[in-house]
Write a protein that binds this ligand. Sequence first.
Ligand code: G6P
Ligand code: MG
Length: 216
Amino acid sequence: MKKGFIFDLDGVITDTANLHYIAWKDLATMMDIEIDLAFNERLKGISRMDSLERILVYGGKENDFSLAQKETLAEEKNKHYVELLQDLTPKDLLPGVTEFLSAARDYQIPCVVASASKNAPFILQKLEVFNMFDAIVDPSTLKKGKPDPEIFIRAAEAINLSPKEAVGFEDARAGIEGIKACGMFAVGVETTESLEQADLRIKKLNELSVGDLLQK
Ligand code: G6P
Ligand code: MG
């Protein structure tokens, strides 16, 4: 019997991957690096600084910038990304999210956000679902990013559960890997990537019944 739900944000609650892509693509172009949507898949679930590193390696420019310069570049990307986030509304929630969170509440099942995004609280407010969550893991307090399981362990701790007592929802391979590494049941939300490692694979949250999932 499961007792808590742990959600990734980007790609599970809302689809901000494209906004990240627009902001990274602009920054990459400024550095003479060409990225495409296929490459963008490799940035899903990856922290801001690690994403920048991956872009620099991809463009063969990993030794061209100091740490201070990289921090400035990451800040610039974030400024652009936050501008793009201003237009988010509850209409940007992925199908079935509101219904699923409401059903979890009816069952008195706590819900936690485990996202690498430092913008998660702001995004949840714009989507008007901030109050549906019992906790949000602060990614700036983590030692390691996904695929390390740390964020999922911390999310379970926030609601006083062991990872085995919770269900984790993820759209990125790095996330599924982290969920499985701590023995949590993994639901893979397959948008573009196929997630063979997940215990259950769905396209949208509205395919799931909270009652059935709690029996896993
Ligand atoms: C999520 C996204 C990544 C993003 C990361 C950090 O995991 O999938 O693409 O890089 O969050 O987001 P932030 O909003 O802190 O830059
Ligand atoms: Mg994601």
